[in-house]
Ligand binder design. Structure first.
Ligand code: VGL
Ligand code: ZN
Length: 197
């Protein structure tokens, strides 16, 4: 069964020193690089926001990073400005192998965030990744990357709902962990039928 490695958001802003640094985010680069040869396809995602994006606290008067606001599509955590298109923060970690098959960008529409590699945060607007995987005959996915409790979590749950066989390799992921979001994400992934290893 053809399989793919989905490498989520291993970008400078999510690594130590970045604008939305995930503790230990850079520790997963070498293990991810080493895994890449074991898959039929390697797909990288890149969080890719316009400046002034609606997921940034700085775009909302009186709000601070990590506040939650109500968007037309539901609650949205507000983040420090991060992964602005074309900046160093949006670039992949310099040691990450980027010789994979596809780079898929997400979060590029001002009015809507996209944690998942499959659907934007309205949970209906597709990114096109499903079609890419299906036309390549890929049925099995392994997810790694940043952050476990946001973009990895939502990508894994969507992939499982779409019928892919999904594994998240936890030792090659790192979490933000806001108010218990990591354990909630683990429960949600397991409930969706995702295998956590
Ligand atoms: C992410 C928060 C905001 C992620 C992206 O990659 O998990 N988290 N944008
Ligand atoms: Zn983002």
């Amino acid at each position: 069964m053809p399989n793919a490695l989905l490498v989520i958001d291993v970008q400078n802003d999510f690594c130590p020193g970045g604008a939305l640094a995930v503790p230990g985010g850079d520790e997963i680069v070498a293990p991810i690089n080493a895994m890449m040869n074991d898959f039929d396809a390697v797909i990288l995602t890149q969080d890719w926001h316009p400046s002034g994006h609606s997921s940034f606290a700085s775009s909302h008067a009186g709000k601070s990073p990590y506040d939650v606001t109500e968007m037309p599509y539901g609650p949205q955590v507000l983040w420090p400005d991060h992964c602005v298109q074309g900046t160093k923060g949006a670039a992949f970690h310099p040691d990450l192998r980027t010789d994979g098959d596809l780079i898929i960008r997400k979060g590029f529409r001002n009015a809507i965030d996209s944690y998942s590699a499959f659907f934007e945060n309205d949970q209906t607007t597709p990114t096109g990744l499903e079609g890419y995987l299906r036309t390549r005959g890929i049925e099995k996915l392994t997810l790694v990357g940043l952050a476990t409790d946001f973009c990895v979590h939502f990508s894994a749950v969507d992939a499982a709902r779409l019928g892919f066989e999904v594994t998240v390799k936890m030792e090659a992921c790192r979490a933000i962990d806001l108010d218990g979001s990591l354990s909630a994400a683990e429960t949600a992934m397991r409930d969706a039928g995702v295998t956590l290893t």
